[in-house]
Design a protein around this ligand. Structure first.
Ligand SMILES: [Zn+2]
Length: 108
């Protein structure tokens, strides 16, 4: 993620879970801050437990489950390293993806 003001590096500075037992995803209260200027935004992020089904340079398709147990495929923009996605797809490993504003920013 790049700063919209100065193109500097953005970091997640605060990630606290929002308690909501009914939600399939775990939402987090997140503050995203630029390391070079004063830019700061507050966003809601969430994590998805799933595996990489497919990906390209811009989008990743994640296979996960809905609360009722049926398979769900979700597509998101991503900024994840290509080699990491490739190894996750090859292994079909279940991992947790951190999604901020519909963009996968981190594999936890
Ligand atoms: Zn900045």
């Amino acid at each position: 993620m790049k700063c919209p003001k100065c193109k500097g590096k953005l970091v997640l500075v605060q990630v606290e879970p929002i308690n909501d037992a009914e939600n399939a995803y775990v939402p987090y209260d997140t503050i995203i801050e630029c390391t070079s200027c004063s830019f700061k935004i507050r966003a809601e992020s969430f994590t998805i437990l799933g595996s990489v089904k497919d990906f390209d340079m811009n989008q990743v398709e994640i296979g996960s489950w809905s609360p009722s147990g049926s398979r769900v495929l979700s597509k998101y923009e991503h900024i994840i390293d290509y080699d990491l996605l490739k190894s996750l797809k090859d292994s079909a490993e279940l991992v947790e993806f951190l999604v901020v504003d519909d963009q996968v920013v981190q594999v936890i």
